[in-house]
Design a protein around this ligand. Structure first.
Ligand code: RAM
Length: 348
């Protein structure tokens, strides 16, 4: 399977519009938005962590959807990407009586008691970006097919080293559902094509926890292993940290992964990262806002086959997810390289 080259100008227009419209500041775990404290008519967004610029881009789209729908958006999240603080936040949101919760999860299972309590209290819950297990959600917003992402990243790494050189993966946290699923597909791609990948094994998986400092030191440690010739960072935080280390060291090691064009442009322009992939983070948040709204209004229940309209993103369908639950898919990942990065770095 191959990634699609970026052609969707319609989506570009939506992104630019969303970015212009979305101008709210990010609240931290201790703050709540003005006017949102009463709970009713509030759609809450719980980030993996509030330090992550990617989360803020996703929230911009969610915020725009809420404003278009006419409800109050609320941004919450812990300082670091751990489930414990997310549980506290969920409990607060339930006590506050918000109308719906969209969460990007730091653990697949640990949030289940808190999230089922929310749903029992009549508050629809969806996950986005990084899923919770099917029992903890009504549905999940899937950015793109995890198989395409995982296989595509390893195929890219293979090409970058001409089929000769070890691959290292710099991930987010060890519990991140989305990264773990992508890594499974990366491993499957290598195992199923053993002859092709004979000289490009996956030699190490490191975890930078979506923390810039840890991601930097983990990259430095990977570089101690001279068999590693390419790093795949399926996280925007990891990619930026790895790019800086490689650039500083003028390393020959190549980098690919999932990065924000606005952050990764200098590394694509100087060849550190020949190309990378991502979807539109603003659109993910936007789709989450409209999906949550359809659940709150009872237009859908999160079951396979249901359809709804997600604002400018158009008609969407609830489909079966690989984990046995359901999901709503945004679309194909985009490829960013030296030809198009100049245009996209301005957008997200
Ligand atoms: C990071 C996060 C997020 C992931 C992106 C690609 O910011 O880990 O979950 O989807 O990267």
């Amino acid at each position: 399977m191959k990634f699609k080259k970026l052609t969707a100008l319609g989506i570009a227009a939506v992104s630019a519009a969303s970015l212009l419209a979305g101008c709210g500041g990010a609240a931290t775990e201790n703050a709540s938005n003005e006017g949102a404290s009463s709970g009713g008519g509030v759609y809450a967004f719980v980030a993996k962590d509030v330090q992550n610029p990617y989360m803020q881009k996703v929230y911009e789209g969610f915020e725009t959807a809420c404003k278009d729908i006419g409800v109050e958006p609320l941004y919450k999240g812990p300082e670091a990407a751990t489930p414990e603080k997310q549980i506290e936040i969920i409990n607060q949101l339930v006590a506050q009586g918000v109308a719906g919760i969209a969460i990007t999860a730091n653990d697949q299972d640990a949030l289940q008691p808190a999230l089922t309590e929310a749903m029992d209290a009549g508050i629809p819950v969806i996950s986005l970006d990084s899923s919770v297990n099917p029992a903890s959600r009504k549905t999940h917003i899937q950015q793109a097919d995890p198989e395409k992402i995982g296989r595509g990243l390893v195929q890219a790494a293979y090409e970058m080293v001409d089929g000769n050189g070890g691959i290292a993966i710099l991930s987010a946290t060890a519990q991140a559902t989305n990264q773990n699923l992508w890594i499974e597909w990366m491993q499957k791609e290598v195992e199923e094509n053993a002859d092709k990948y004979a000289n490009t094994p996956i030699v190490k998986i490191a975890y930078g926890d979506d923390d810039p400092t840890k991601s930097t030191s983990e990259t430095q440690a990977l570089l101690q292993d001279s068999s590693i010739k390419v790093i795949i960072a399926p996280t925007t935080v990891g990619m930026l940290a790895a790019g800086k280390v490689l650039q500083d060291k003028k390393s020959e090691v190549k980098l690919t992964g999932l990065g924000l064009p606005s952050e990764m442009a200098p590394f694509i322009e100087d060849g550190t990262c020949p190309w990378m992939y991502l979807w539109n983070p603003v659109d993910i948040g936007n789709l989450a806002g409209y999906t949550l709204d359809s659940l709150v209004k009872g237009e859908i229940s999160g079951a396979v086959g249901e359809t709804f309209t997600a604002g400018e993103l158009g008609d969407k369908e609830v489909t079966e997810a690989a984990d046995g639950g359901t999901e709503v898919m945004l679309g194909d990942p985009f490829k960013f390289d030296s030809e198009n990065i100049g245009e996209w770095k301005e957008i997200y």
